[in-house]
Design a protein around this ligand. Structure first.
Ligand code: NAD
Ligand code: G6P
Ligand code: MN
Length: 433
């Protein structure tokens, strides 16, 4: 049977993943599921791990669940390593969100200065995991969900020896589900050609039963009631003329780039009235873990849908399943570009529709992106590369460069103020600086 090691196993998303494994057990015979966490996450690991055990028992499946703080034991001979950890926990996320806002700059966990700092904290840890994988499970696939997923995948491709890595986000699958809902059809009939970067991905064409319905869908989403969103990004209205001229399906995160001042204003208002997203999520998480503690609960509770990562299990489990069975179906993932998208380095990570084989994802050849978005996508890729370099070297000036070239900062003086304050606030989790 297969062995899965999940790093950050104490995450409230774990029941999602377990539900996915249960659903696909017939084709994906997992016998060992190792949930790993750190001392600070021990209590969460215990609670969510016991729920996982009850879910599996209820399903009557022979999957052994191990709860451990010993990452090496978990990695030993694993077939798939999935990562869903948060260095510094939600307190660090709250700082990523609050500090930039003080300077009138967006505070968000994967975009702007917050995304930079989440990367600076996360990349050294993922590279440690990669080194351990080389030693303990050299044939395993690394399926990374840890944000910023695009930058993290870039760092693994450039700075580790692990080649079998796939970065995963729930946004593209959520866009497909959203389109299926708008068209009132089953998800299996809808396929979107995705291209771009993580949280910077576009639906370049949209098919229903193989026939393009892009114009119809774009027309539909010009109506704000039909917005396709994730729970963590405020969905402000698009100008219909912009959407029509763009002629592609944007993702939720594009609001931060094409409505920057409105989004900063909205986040400031939210921060004041209800707390930043991390502060809201803290409460949601506490509620979820109260539910998870109930010894009679043996399914994933619907309250988990209040989190932004909806469909995570579908995305992760169908990916693992297609690699394992060499299914050759099409799924959007983060992988090495290899020439699929023109203008992006061949050895950089992109988020793109891929054929999923036992050798991994094979990107569909996209060619040039629409001229209107080439610049922004290229700029975000430059940012991710410089940020990854800063994370690896711990070089202050490189971090300063990453901060300043981010389109949501774009002022070196303000960037430096934010950089200095965030370096100080996060120093416990930035040993490289
Ligand atoms: P969380 O705060 O619950 O953290 C998950 C677990 O990671 C915690 O139990 C924590 O103790 C543990 N952890 C922290 N540092 C660790 C380390 N060094 N090694 C092992 N475990 C460690 O976070 P969450 O809300 O469940 O999110 C988990 C991760 O998934 C985050 O990085 C988040 O940004 C990401 N995420 C990604 C997507 C996506 O689309 N790719 C969607 C949602 C969440
Ligand atoms: C989104 C994204 C993730 C993001 C998360 C936040 O949909 O795809 O990458 O970080 O969900 O969700 P949360 O509930 O933690 O705010
Ligand atoms: Mn994501």
């Amino acid at each position: 049977g297969l062995k899965i090691a999940t790093i950050g196993g104490g995450s409230s998303y774990t029941p999602e993943l377990v539900e996915g494994f249960i659903k696909r057990y017939d084709e994906l015979p997992i016998t060992e599921l190792w949930l790993v966490d750190i001392e600070a996450g021990k209590e969460k690991l215990e609670i969510v791990g016991n729920l996982a055990k009850r879910m599996i028992k209820k399903a009557g499946l022979p999957i052994n669940v191990h709860l451990t703080l010993n990452r090496r034991a978990a990695l030993k001979d694993a077939d798939f390593v999935t990562t869903q950890f948060r260095v510094g926990l939600l307190d660090a996320r709250a700082k990523d969100e609050r500090i930039p806002l003080k300077y009138g700059v967006l505070g968000q966990e994967t975009n702007g200065p917050g995304g930079l700092f989440k990367g600076l904290r996360t990349i050294p840890v993922i590279l440690d995991i990669c080194r351990e994988m080389e030693e303990l499970c050299p044939n395993a696939w690394l399926i990374n969900f840890t944000n910023p997923a695009g930058m993290v995948t870039e760092a693994v491709l450039r700075y580790s020896n692990i080649k079998k890595v796939v970065g995963l986000c729930n946004v593209p699958i959520g866009m497909e589900m959203g389109v299926a809902r708008l068209l009132d059809v089953d998800h299996s009939r809808v396929r979107i050609t995705f291209a771009g970067l993580n949280h910077m991905v576009f639906g370049l064409d949209i098919f229903l039963d193989g026939v393009s319905v892009k114009d119809k869908v774009i027309d539909l989403i010009t109506n704000p009631d039909n917005a396709i969103t994730v729970k963590n990004v405020p969905a402000l209205e698009w100008e219909p003329e912009f959407l029509k001229a763009l002629n592609a399906l944007p993702c939720s995160y594009h609001h931060y780039y094409y409505k920057t001042s409105d989004m900063v204003e909205k986040e400031l208002k939210n921060a004041k009235e209800q707390g930043t997203r991390a502060e809201v999520v803290k409460k949601l998480e506490a509620e979820l873990f109260e539910l998870y503690k109930d010894p009679n609960l043996d399914v994933k509770p619907p309250q988990l849908e209040k989190r932004g990562g909806a469909y995570y299990s579908d995305a992760a489990v169908r990916l693992i399943h297609s690699i394992y069975t060499d299914k050759k179906d099409i799924q959007p993932v983060n992988t090495m570009n290899n020439g699929a998208i023109a203008g992006i380095p061949a050895d950089s990570a992109v988020e793109v529709s891929c054929i999923i084989t036992k050798e991994g994802p094979k990107p569909i050849v996209i060619g040039e992106l629409p001229v209107a978005v080439q610049g922004l996508v290229g700029q975000i890729k430059s940012f991710e590369r410089v940020a990854a370099e800063a994370a690896v070297t711990g070089d202050y000036n490189t971090a300063m460069l990453a901060m300043t070239i981010n389109p949501l900062v774009a002022n070196d003086r303000v960037g430096k103020l934010i950089l200095d304050e965030m370096l100080e606030a996060h120093k416990e989790h930035l040993p490289q600086f």
